[in-house]
Design a binder for this molecule. Sequence first.
Ligand code: HMG
Ligand code: MG
Length: 302
Amino acid sequence: MQDMPHCLPDSVRIVEVGARDGLQNEKKLISTEAKVDLISGLVDAGVGHIESGSFVSPKWVPQMADSADVFKQLPTSTNAVYAALTPNLRGLEAALACGVSEVAVFGAASESFSQKNINCSISDSLKRFEPVMALAQQENLRVRGYVSCVMGCPYEGDIETQNVAGVATTLLDMGCYEISLGDTVGVGTPLKAQALIETLVKHISVNKLAAHFHDTYGQALANIFAVLQMGVSVVDSSIAGLGGCPYAKGASGNVATEDVVYMLQGLGIRSSVDLDSLIALSNAFCQQNGLVQRSKVSLANL
Ligand code: HMG
Ligand code: MG
């Protein structure tokens, strides 16, 4: 049998977004203590990059209202990066006050989603990010950039890849070190994901791209495998497959971290994460907090 040609990365950096993207969509308020326990458990399981909260309007996203308290209680005896979403200067100032190690601005490739999510147009959002970038730079804080709706929008349907490229290159030019490509509603499929990367790498180095794929239609793992083959080596995922975006009706959780780590192991790709510890944490966190676990790997191990 002929060997299949492939080009996969040797290692993948997991960005765990469960404590933010995962929980933001949960109606039931999760206690600060439970969030801190979750993030501490993730650190113990070897996750090195953890999005731990967001500094947004508590009226818009009540679940994130205690983010400052969460950040203040996180273990400090670790090199883990604790990141936060900051949509504007006010959010960044609040994040700085509690010692976050990294922030993210979040834009979109769809005008309608931008309005629904952050209450402004794409171009106004980029203007709002300017003072955020300036202050972050002054404080030596790294800024990640998100682009939502990269493979489709819940309000507009198909999105031109050129729009994604435009917002992504602007965010990089403004100083973001990496662009996380959000398939916010999980409508992407593998060839579409590869076509997206193919277009983007004409403008952006593949080392600056991350996959942030929601799993609404069960396509996220397949889409991740597709973009790993194009050289993407940063994957956002959510423990237990929790979550979704409150401003994208029908969007279910991100791809589950356990499922991603299981797939990476099978592909011989290194990550820093210990799968057994992650599964134990996922099972315990969901049971203790009455949350629905969507990860296949964890359920198989119950
Ligand atoms: P706005 O209405 O345009 O701004 O909101 P505003 O300045 O007029 O403020 C409105 C209210 O928010 C005021 O309070 C402000 O004080 C308050 P009020 O007078 O009504 O009591 N406010 C804030 N409060 C706390 N922290 C702040 C802050 N800024 C203003 N930083 C804003 C603009 C962005 C704040 C609002 O639209 C908002 O909070 N939206 C929520 C956005 C969000 O968190 N969405 C979910 C995360 S994004 C996502 O999930 C996608 C992603 O995962 C990638 C993917 O999957 O595609 C990243
Ligand atoms: Mg998301």
